[in-house]
Design a binder for this molecule. Structure first.
Ligand SMILES: C[S@@+](CC[C@H](N)C(=O)[O-])C[C@H]1O[C@@H](n2cnc3c(N)ncnc32)[C@H](O)[C@@H]1O
Length: 539
C-alpha cells in the first residue's frame, strides 16, 4: 500500500472510532515500520491540522464530483475513502515543504488533482485573504484554536420576539445580513439560522466576540452556546405539551441546557435543577436569573441522593443527565489526536472507567423515577467508554428491563442529524446506533454524544440471543394491546436472559443494585412476574 493510502486509511479510522493517530494506523492495518511509519504518521497529523481548509477547497472546486471516476463516493472495503485520499494528497501539494505529490505522474489520483492545480492554488489564496493570514502555515489548526462558527441561541424567556433580534442585527448600527442558506465559513457581517435548530439558533462567523458587549447578550435575550450542546434539551423536549408534567435537569451548572429546557417549557410548569458543586451552583443561580428562568427550582444537591419515590418528584416525566465527563470533545483540543498510544496510560483508562461507572449510576438512578418516560443522557466526550458503552450497560441493566426502558429510535432523536452512533460499540445493532447522535469538530460543533431512553414498549432494546431483532416502535401508537404484548414478551426474554447471563460481566454492576431493592420494589417485581406467567398460560 503506498503511504498516501495508509495515511488516508488512518484518517478514515479516526473519523469512525477516534483515538490516537498511532492507534488508528495499527487498527487500519498499516504495518509499516521505521522511517516509512514515521512518514505516514507525520503526514496524517499534518493533514489533520489543515483538514478544515482542505475540505473547503474540495467543496469550492467541486473536485470530487468532477473527478468522480477517480474519486468515487463509495470505495471498496479495504481502500481508503476518496475524501481522505484527497485530503492527504492535497496536503502534500499545497502545504508540505516540497509542495508536490510524491507519486508517479501516471498515478490516476495524482493526474486528476494536477488537472485542477491552478484553481486549487487560487482558491487557497482567496481563503488566506478572507482569513487575514499572510502565510499559509497560519491556516493550520492548532490546540487553542477558536471556534469555526459562533453559535448564538435566541432566548424567548427574555420576553422579546425573534424578529426584534433580526431587526437589531440588521439595523444600521450592526449592519448584518441574514442569509437564507448556510455558508461555511460564515462570511463576515453575515449570519443565518442553523438548519437543525432553525427556530432558535443563529450562526455567526467564528470568534465574534463583540457579542459579549451587546445589549441582547447582557439582558439574557441571547445565550452563547455551542450547537451540539443545544441538542440534549431539544431531544429531551420532543413532543412536549404543556400540562404533561415536570422536568429534572440532574447536573445543571452552568445552566445552558437548563435555560433551554425552561424556554422549551415556555417558562411554565416546574423544572427541578440539581447541582452538587457549591461554586458551580452559584454560577447556575446567576445564569438562571440572567436568562429570566422563572420556572426553575434549583437546589444545591447531589442528584444521586434524591429519592425517586419522593412525592416532590411524582410528576416528573422527563430527566436530563449531562454528567461530568472527560471533556474530550471540546474543539480546542487537537492534541488528543496526536497522543502517543504508549502514553495512553493506565491512568487514562482508569479515569474513563471511573467516569463511566459514575455516568451509568446516574442513568440507573434516573430510571427509578416512577413517572419518568423520557431520559436524555449526553456527554461532551468522544470516547465510546463514556458514550455508547454506557448506554449499552444501562440498556442491559435489570432496572431497565424491569421498568421497560429502551432506547428511543432515530425518528424522535433529531433524525435530520446525519452522524449517528458506532454500531460496533452497540453489539453491531444498526437500529440502536441510529438511535444516538454523535457530533465531531468537522460537523462544526464540539465533539458530543446524545442518547435518549424511553419506556413502555416504545424503545429499542439490544439484540440478544433470544431477541435477535431489536424491538422497533409499533406502527400504530394507539394499539395499546400490541404494546403491552411486546412489553410482556420483552420482560419474559429479559428474565430468561438474566438467567442465562448469571452474575458475570455487566450484570455484576447491577447485582449490587438488586440487593438494595426495597421490599416494596421486590414485591412489585414478584407481582409483575406472576402477571407475565398468568398471561403466558392464557396464551
Ligand atoms: C457537564 S456539566 C453540566 C453542564 C450543563 N448541563 C450545561 O449545559 O450548562 C456537569 C455538572 O454536573 C455536576 N454534577 C456532577 N455530578 C452530579 C451529581 N451527582 N448531582 C448533581 N450535580 C452533579 C457537576 O458539578 C457539573 O457542574
Amino acid at each position: 500500500m503506498n503511504f498516501y493510502k495508509s495515511a488516508a486509511m488512518a484518517l478514515d479510522h479516526l473519523d469512525k472510532h477516534q483515538g490516537s493517530v498511532k492507534g488508528s494506523l495499527a487498527a487500519a492495518g498499516v504495518t509499516a515500520t521505521g522511517g516509512e511509519a514515521k512518514r505516514i504518521l507525520a503526514l496524517t497529523i499534518e493533514t489533520l491540522k489543515y483538514r478544515p481548509i482542505i475540505l473547503q477547497l474540495i467543496e469550492k472546486t467541486t473536485l470530487q464530483s468532477i473527478e468522480r471516476l477517480v474519486f468515487p463516493r463509495k470505495t471498496p472495503r479495504n481502500s481508503p475513502s476518496s475524501q481522505s485520499l484527497l485530503l492527504v494528497l492535497l496536503h502534500d501539494l499545497l502545504f508540505s515543504s516540497r509542495l508536490k505529490i510524491e507519486a508517479s505522474d501516471k498515478w490516476p489520483p495524482k493526474e486528476a488533482i494536477l488537472r485542477h492545480q491552478a484553481r486549487l492554488r487560487a482558491e487557497l489564496v482567496r481563503i488566506q485573504i478572507k482569513e487575514g493570514k499572510s502565510r499559509k502555515e497560519d491556516l493550520a489548526k492548532t490546540s487553542g484554536d477558536g471556534e469555526v462558527v459562533r453559535y448564538v441561541r435566541y432566548n424567548p424567556n427574555a420576553g422579546k420576539a425573534l424578529q426584534e433580534l433580526f431587526d437589531h442585527l440588521e439595523g444600521e448600527k450592526l449592519g448584518f445580513e441574514r442569509l437564507t442558506e448556510p455558508v461555511y465559513p460564515v462570511p463576515q457581517r453575515k449570519f443565518f439560522m442553523d438548519p437543525h435548530l432553525d427556530d432558535v439558533l443563529l450562526a455567526f462567523p467564528g470568534g465574534s466576540n463583540w457579542w459579549l458587549r451587546d445589549e441582547w447578550y447582557e439582558d439574557g435575550g441571547v445565550i452563547l452556546q455551542d450547537k451540539a450542546s443545544c441538542f440534549p434539551a431539544k431531544v429531551l423536549m420532543e413532543g412536549w405539551e404543556e400540562g404533561e408534567g415536570e422536568c429534572i435537569d440532574a447536573t445543571a451548572a452552568p445552566g445552558n441546557k437548563t435555560s433551554y429546557i425552561s424556554a422549551l417549557m415556555q417558562n411554565r410548569g416546574k423544572l427541578h435543577a440539581f447541582e452538587r458543586s457549591p461554586n458551580r451552583y452559584k454560577t447556575l443561580e446567576r445564569m438562571l436569573q440572567k436568562a429570566h428562568c422563572t420556572n426553575v427550582e434549583a437546589q444545591r444537591a447531589d442528584f444521586l441522593d434524591s429519592n425517586p419515590n419522593d412525592q416532590e418528584y411524582s410528576n416528573v416525566t422527563r430527566i436530563l443527565l449531562d454528567p461530568s465527563c472527560s471533556g474530550s470533545g471540546i474543539v480546542n483540543r487537537l492534541d488528543y489526536l496526536i497522543d502517543d498510544d504508549t502514553e495512553e496510560s493506565d491512568s487514562k483508562a482508569e479515569r474513563l472507567e471511573k467516569l463511566a461507572a459514575f455516568q451509568l449510576q446516574m442513568i440507573l438512578h434516573a430510571f427509578e423515577f416512577a413517572s419518568a418516560k423520557r431520559i436524555v443522557y449526553s456527554t461532551c466526550s468522544i470516547h465510546p467508554e463514556e458514550d455508547e458503552r454506557v448506554v449499552m450497560s444501562a440498556l442491559k441493566s435489570p432496572v431497565a428491563k424491569e421498568r421497560g426502558w429502551g432506547l428511543a429510535p432515530r425518528n424522535s432523536v433529531l433524525s435530520s442529524w446525519e452522524r449517528r452512533g458506532r454500531p460496533e460499540e452497540l453489539g453491531g445493532d444498526e437500529d440502536l446506533a441510529n438511535g444516538v447522535i454523535r457530533c465531531l469538530p468537522e460537523d462544526k460543533t464540539n465533539g458530543f454524544f446524545v442518547s435518549c431512553f424511553v419506556r413502555d414498549g416504545t424503545g429499542l432494546w439490544p439484540k440478544t440471543k433470544s431477541n435477535p431483532r431489536s424491538l422497533k416502535r409499533p406502527r400504530n401508537n394507539d394499539a395499546e394491546e400490541d404494546v403491552e404484548e411486546e412489553r410482556s414478551k420483552k420482560l419474559e426474554e429479559a428474565e430468561e436472559e438474566s438467567k442465562e447471563e448469571g452474575d458475570g460481566g455487566e450484570e455484576a454492576v447491577v447485582s449490587g443494585e438488586t440487593k438494595t431493592k426495597t421490599p416494596a420494589q421486590l414485591e412489585r417485581i414478584r407481582r409483575k412476574k406472576a402477571q407475565q406467567k398468568a398471561k403466558k398460560r392464557k396464551v
